[in-house]
Design a protein around this ligand. Structure first.
Ligand code: SF4
Length: 156
């Protein structure tokens, strides 16, 4: 039974609240980047870990310990999530670091296909800039401009 791990982008999963529905759905249905595993063998998703977040511009060595955490459980392959493949400027450096540290580990680029890669990138751009709907921040509380739900307003 192939033992699989997934390495995902920290920003997408943590800041944008991605629940990895596309990655896990494709894994369950053996589609996308999971279609090449032998059909007769069930896939064992051992675990998911994140890159550790930017700034990765200072170096990609940190990825070693992230991958090691999955290697400890005997993974045969590691999939870089499709968001990481599409968005991360350090993708190739990550792959080089992983291959150097774990020459026996199969590295797969991606987990699921995108219907429209450009629309995905445009959407992510808005998610990180939040220009259309501005979320409230600590400064809104400090400057007493925070908006509260009606039931909270009644008691204040
Ligand atoms: S290093 Fe790449 S994968 Fe990690 S948070 Fe930054 S952009 Fe995302």
């Amino acid at each position: 039974m192939p033992k699989v791990g997934i390495l995902a982008c920290e920003s997408v999963t943590n800041e944008m609240n991605c629940v990895m529905i596309g990655c896990l759905g494709n894994l369950r249905s053996r589609q996308g980047s999971f279609k090449d595993y032998p059909e007769e063998e069930p896939l064992d998703l051992v675990g998911i870990i994140h890159c550790g977040g930017c700034p990765t511009a200072v170096g990609t060595d940190r990825i070693w310990q992230k991958v090691q955490a999955l290697v400890d459980y005997g993974i045969d392959s590691i999939h870089l999530s499709s968001c990481l493949v599409q968005l991360c400027p350090f993708k190739d450096a990550f792959i080089e670091t992983i291959r150097k540290g774990y020459p026996d580990l199969k590295v797969v680029e991606g987990t699921h296909p995108f219907h429209d890669e450009e629309a995905f990138k445009t959407g992510v751009k808005e998610l990180i800039s939040q220009r259309v709907v501005t979320p409230q921040r600590m400064n809104d509380l400090v400057f007493k401009r925070i908006k509260l739900p009606p039931d909270e307003m009644e008691g204040s």
